[in-house]
Design a protein around this ligand. Structure first.
Ligand code: GRF
Length: 193
């Protein structure tokens, strides 16, 4: 069976992008990364895309478009590239999901949603808030994307125990290790494998 074509949307370092590309290359995931879409220039994810030989596109780095127009162009680019599923991987811009794409856009968030999600909760801020609140458990969530930040039906969650003396960096590292396993697992579930 031919691999399932995916687009990966990025704004940051691109560790998930590289993980997906590696799993596609090794045959562990039946996917083909047909497009990398970034909303910023000069980010690590674009360097990785180039190194991995992936097609990339930077859309509206100056933020001139509203989210409807940005989304319209982004999903048109996905259609042009033949993508059937979109994976948000460290992507920090709100999208207006076109009706035809509902249920085909996935995101990963570094907390157990619905806790510590929504606007402003990204990166280190999430882990700092978890620790400030005294949570004993954190983790990550892969969910379908709708028009609200970190909202939409949940596909997969992985819990991570908060250790005594933990700081945001150490928690981020352990949550990220769980993410590297959770996101491919969620994609397989989405693909019905
Ligand atoms: C992860 O913490 C993920 O949960 C969040 O962005 C981070 C990954 O960024 N959405 P990247 O893949 O290294 O760019």
């Amino acid at each position: 069976m031919s691999p399932h074509p995916v687009a990966v949307f990025v704004s940051g370092t691109g560790r998930h992008l590289e993980n997906f590309a590696r799993l596609a290359e090794s045959g562990e995931l039946p996917i083909d990364v047909v497009l990398v879409l970034a909303n910023r220039e000069g980010i690590g994810a674009l360097e990785r895309a180039q190194r991995l030989g992936l097609t990339s596109l930077v859309l509206d780095p100056e933020r001139e478009l509203d989210s409807e127009e940005f989304s319209r162009r982004a999903f048109t680019a996905c259609e042009d590239a033949g993508a059937q599923t979109v994976l948000l991987a460290g992507f920090l811009r709100r999208l207006a999901i076109p009706p035809a794409w509902r249920g085909r856009v996935l995101n990963i968030h570094p907390s157990l949603l619905p806790a510590f999600g929504g606007q402003g909760y990204w990166g280190e801020r999430v882990h700092r808030a978890v620790l400030e609140r005294g949570c004993r458990i954190s983790g990550c969530t892969v969910h379908y994307v709708d028009d609200e930040y970190d909202h939409g039906p949940i596909l997969v969650q992985r819990a991570v125990t908060v250790e005594p003396g933990e700081d945001p960096d150490s928690l981020a590292e352990r949550v990220f290790a769980a993410e590297l396993e959770a996101y491919p697992a969620a994609l397989l579930e989405h693909l019905g494998k």
